[in-house]
Design a protein. Sequence first.
Length: 156
Amino acid sequence: MKFNSFKLNVFIIILILGFSMHHFHNPLHGKDKESIVKVIHSIEGYADKPTEILDIKDFDDVRVVGFLYNNNPAYMTLYKNVWGNYKWKSIEVRNDETLSAFLPSLPQNIPPKMMYVSTFDNKLTTSEVDVNGQLVKQQFPTNRAFAPWVDIPTHD
């Protein structure tokens, strides 16, 4: 009887150690630029293309990353799990554009925001968008990868 109990305890310890090693030493944790690139390249259809992280912003447990994927504007959303690692939720790439606007899904307590991503080939210097009856204007440097954020006006 004690021998079976010993086997069970050893098995449980091995499971706990294996689980811990996987979750705490997993290189796909999304905590820094290098690991975010690894996360992107681990997603089916997103491997083996040049990827440059331009901006990382955290909103509570939501991390939004603006980046270039094969010199195309892109963004991804990651969520922090109980171990403090970030797991990807969504990703979007806009092919054949030099400037794109993205509306990431943010926590409800965060005012809505729009993120632009421009490539090195961008020649546009200004964007003007009417949002809820208000003009939202953003300046861009030309020929520079850039990922600025703009607050979206809400109805009052």
